[in-house]
Design a protein around this ligand. Structure first.
Ligand code: HGY
Ligand code: MN
Ligand code: MN
Length: 420
């Protein structure tokens, strides 16, 4: 039973083949032959199948497996210290997906965490303190809002009870679905206390590839604001209603869309997306009486994000007067920008240097569980490049060598932290 030390850590080897095989295996669950990609929306049967597979892989590594009240799945490698809930070095991400997703978003970080633990198991090395891999519930937030929900609850940003009572876009209650898929755990949220959290993830953007850089040392994550807007106008005949007498909810939705793009063009840093739009009655010859749209605003700078929200609010009031419509706003998500732990970011850079890999510091455009865990423990992320910067799309791809390189850096950073 040898406890970790400098020379021992040299024995630890990352088994890239098993990691890549497991990414492929998990990627087959919820596969969509027609459109392509896989769909494992949170707490659906397909996601349950993904969860069951990850639990089986944790069992193969003989980990202590615990599920908490909101379905977060934890696999812990016991250590020489008696309490496997304290002083934990935590790694992880999520395995739920958007629709027709790639196979890497989230899954890569969870399976690479298992690969790190597999290296310890294979070398028969017992770490000085517990190492835990977590798959957080509902990171994508496409069925139940907010996104990053499992980690938000874990970090104390939302009560487990509130999360369980969230009603999804399909009218289901989150807690009922968790029960239905058998992942309503008994462990209180927050029971396992991370001393550090590291998340390995694909960049999901174009920067690393464009700059031909192999590792991203992620030092911050931009702010996110999600709103649901319900625009109420007046249905009328498309052929008889003069333009100046229309209360056209569809037109107002389009005006908001272009207004937000103007803000993005003006600041150059604010990203705005109207990802979903629903007209009612949604018929070719009826002026829409209602339009429901979602607004996703992001900016690395909190003041600019606030300014974009303020400008949108003012424009909404103006549209109500100009077009005789009513616009209801419902805030779904609001997360400020997050700074990660500079010490861990430095370890990532040192590790990349020692492995002869190019690297750069960067901000994450996407939301991640790490931004929640950063509230309760020193946290950082490691990025690997995304081909063509594509993600949330079946074409999501990262070169297998780069995937393995990222996992080797994760293992090395874990060792550096263990040996500090
Ligand atoms: O929306 C996001 O950035 C994350 O994928 N949930
Ligand atoms: Mn993700
Ligand atoms: Mn995602």
């Amino acid at each position: 039973m040898n406890v970790i030390s400098e020379q021992v850590s040299a024995q630890l080897e990352l088994d890239g083949k098993t990691l890549l095989d497991q990414i492929d295996e998990l990627g087959k669950i919820g596969i969509d032959i027609e459109i392509g990609g896989r769909t494992r929306i949170a707490l659906t049967d397909d996601e349950k199948a993904g969860r069951d597979q990850v639990v089986r892989w944790m069992q193969e590594l003989d980990l202590i497996i615990e599920i908490d009240e909101v379905g977060n799945i934890f696999g812990t490698l016991p250590s020489s210290s008696p309490d496997h809930h304290q002083n934990v070095l935590m790694m992880g991400s999520h395995i739920d997906t958007v629709k027709n997703a790639g196979a890497l978003d989230g899954c890569y970080g969870v399976l690479a965490g298992l690969a790190v633990i597999r290296a310890y198991r294979t070398a028969d090395v017992i770490p000085e303190r517990p190492i835990t891999v977590v798959a957080f519930t509902n990171e994508e937030g496409v069925r139940y809002q907010p996104d990053m929900m499992g980690s938000l609850v874990y970090a104390g940003g939302m009560s487990a009870e509130d999360a369980l009572n969230v009603i999804g876009t399909d009218g289901t209650r989150l807690g009922d679905e968790l029960q239905r898929i058998g992942f309503s755990g008994s462990m209180k949220v927050g029971s396992i206390v991370p001393r550090e959290y590291i998340e390995l993830h694909i960049e999901q953007g174009p920067i690393l590839e464009q700059e031909n850089i192999e590792i991203g040392a992620v030092e911050s994550l931009q702010g996110i604001s999600w709103q649901q807007l319900t625009i109420k106008g007046k249905a009328n005949h498309a052929g008889t209603t003069p333009t100046n007498l229309r209360h056209d909810a569809g037109l107002v939705a389009a005006l908001i869309m272009t207004f937000l793009r103007d803000i993005s063009n003006q600041t150059g840093t604010t990203l705005s997306t109207i990802g979903s739009i629903q007209f009612h009655p949604n018929l070719i010859n009826v002026i829409p009486r209602m339009a429901e749209i979602t607004v996703d605003l992001r900016d690395p700078d909190e003041n600019r994000l606030k300014d974009a929200e303020q400008k949108l609010n003012e424009y909404i009031r103006l549209l109500e007067v100009q077009h005789g419509v009513q616009i209801e706003q419902k805030q779904l998500v609001r997360f400020e920008p997050v700074l990660f732990d500079q010490g861990i970011v430095k370890l990532i850079e040192d590790s990349a240097d020692q492995h002869g890999l190019s690297h750069r510091r960067m901000t994450s455009g996407a939301g991640h569980d790490a931004q929640m865990i950063a509230r309760i423990a020193p946290t950082a992320m490691i990025f690997v490049p995304s081909k063509d910067g594509v993600s949330h799309n079946p074409r999501e791809y990262t070169d297998p060598t780069q995937l393995v390189q990222g996992a080797i850096i994760l293992l090395d950073v874990v060792n550096k932290i263990m040996n500090k």
